[in-house]
Design a protein around this ligand. Structure first.
Ligand code: PLP
Length: 462
């Protein structure tokens, strides 16, 4: 391991980083990014990388967008902060809420603003609990999520998340949070089961779970249209129509976590439009502001708003809100970002680039290390396996995914590895055709280097 630079040493001695083995990180140190333009970021040595993850699935309009920068500066000069508590308001929040209602994929009554996807999902759960109290159903409170789902890290959001690393030794999930089966055909379908049959079985299992728990105790089901951090899992055909029917049958509220898929990722403005389902409420964040500033929200239907009114009449106050929820600078930037999506036809551009992206992604399935290459729109996952025939994964301690990420960085490409050695791809939506080719050329070279390393280390053995 080469010695750490001065800045890297200062990092290791001062920061706690999310999602890293903090012990080994002390030796490896960080990759320090200094600036960005378009789909490219540069490290402190000036080395360029294609940002194949749009940061954390979020910088949809790429780096250095002057319009967003100017919007933020202008709003900061005009009114740097105002809040929405106790009856105060400001233009940017009002205009953004109006715009979101206009583009919503289902009828939306109101928007509640917060700062992160986790806060949005925590809010969803609190609102569903409130709703059922307002409706006189005080026992209908359990929330069903899915194995491998990612919904964030605050206590409730982490309970919704279905990944072991987010639960273990954090004493999570909290009681009342259940996890249904993961809709990943490659891993969890039975021998010979078609996608449709697999979807039918998952819906039947959800139905059985709700019946076992008691339908009068289950309040909501939450799902990402395409699972992101769980390994870019595209559900099997007919999944959402079947799941939505089960939810409807048991009066279970359907929450759509659009934190990654919202704002064009899957080729439509919202992921549920691409996947063909109609949720009750939606969580939005990330690309809403192209991540220039933090902002998130819950899109609330009229039935739920009526419940909030009922509770307000009863209690006297809606006791929920975040200091920076709907921050005027973030709201102004989000409004401008949505204007750009619409004016520059960014969603259509993403849809037009998707066939090339998916073709290059799909071609990786032929690589000796790749068990499955999957995706939709401009998102993709490449699952590395020790044995293609049996789908056997590498032992986690070999860190094969992490090694592939390091080789990709050496090749000038930033990607991420999530649990199960899945390399994830989620480039800015503005990516050009030549940049998609460069991304996959670099990733292919990184996979070749990983294969070389795996072979030399003899890691494919049991
Ligand atoms: C689908 C989904 N929901 C929620 C979250 C949590 O968002 P945040 O990290 O802003 O709390 C994420 C973050 O990646 C996500 O991918």
């Amino acid at each position: 391991m080469p010695p750490l630079s001065n800045l890297a040493t200062r990092d290791v001695e001062t920061l706690v980083h999310p999602y890293i083995n903090l012990a080994t990180f002390r030796d490896s140190g960080p990759l320090i990014i200094e600036r960005g333009q378009g789909v490219t970021v540069y490290d402190t040595d000036g080395k360029p990388y294609i940002e194949g993850m749009a940061g954390l699935w979020c910088t949809a309009l790429g780096y250095g967008n002057d319009e967003l920068v100017e919007t933020a500066a202008a709003q900061m000069r005009k009114l740097s902060f105002a809040h929405l508590f106790t009856g105060k308001s400001h233009d940017p929040a009002i205009e953004l809420a109006e715009k979101l209602k206009e583009i919503a994929p289902v009828p939306i009554s109101k928007v509640f603003f917060c700062n992160s996807g986790s806060e949005a999902n925590d809010t969803q759960v609190k609102l569903v609990w409130y709703l059922n109290n307002a409706l006189g159903r005080p026992n209908k409170k359990k929330i069903v999520s899915r194995m491998k789902a990612y919904h964030g890290v605050t206590l409730v959001a982490a309970s919704l998340t279905g990944l072991p690393g987010n639960h273990r030794d954090f004493d999570l999930p909290l009681p009342g949070f259940l996890h249904a089966g993961c809709p990943h055909h490659y891993r969890f379908a039975q021998d010979g089961e078609t996608e449709e049959q697999f979807a039918t079985r998952l819906a039947a299992e959800l139905d059985a779970l709700i019946v076992k728990e008691g339908p009068d105790t289950v309040a909501a089901f939450i799902a990402e249209p395409v699972m992101g951090a769980g390994g870019v899992i595209v559900p099997p055909k007919t999944y959402f129509e079947k799941i939505a029917a089960v939810c409807a049958k048991h009066e279970v509220f359907l929450i759509d976590d659009e934190v990654i898929c919202g704002f064009g990722r899957l080729g439509r403005m919202f992921g549920c439009e691409t996947l063909g389902f109609r949720p009750h409420s939606l969580s939005i964040a990330k690309a809403m502001s192209s991540a220039y500033l933090p902002i998130a929200g819950v899109m609330i239907p009229e039935t739920m708003y009526q419940a909030l009114l009922t509770e307000s009449r009863k209690i006297g106050v809606f006791g929920h809100g975040f200091t920076y929820g709907g921050h005027p600078v973030s709201a102004a930037v989000a409004l401008k970002a949505i204007e750009i999506y619409q004016r520059d036809r960014i969603v259509e551009h993403a849809a037009a680039r998707a066939p090339q992206f998916q073709a290059r992604l799909g071609a990786l399935a032929a690589h000796p290390l790749v068990g499955e290459a999957r995706g939709l729109g401009l998102i993709g996952g490449v699952e590395l396996v020790a044995d293609k025939k049996t789908k056997r994964s590498f032992a986690a301690q070999h860190g094969v995914g992490a090694r592939a990420v390091a080789f990709a960085e050496a090749e000038g490409l930033i990607v991420r590895s999530v649990i199960g050695d899945v390399i994830t791809l989620c480039p800015p939506l503005i990516i050009a055709a030549a940049e998609i080719d460069a991304l996959f050329d670099r990733l292919t070279r990184a996979l070749d280097r990983t294969l070389d390393w795996v072979t030399r280390q003899n890691l494919a053995q049991n």
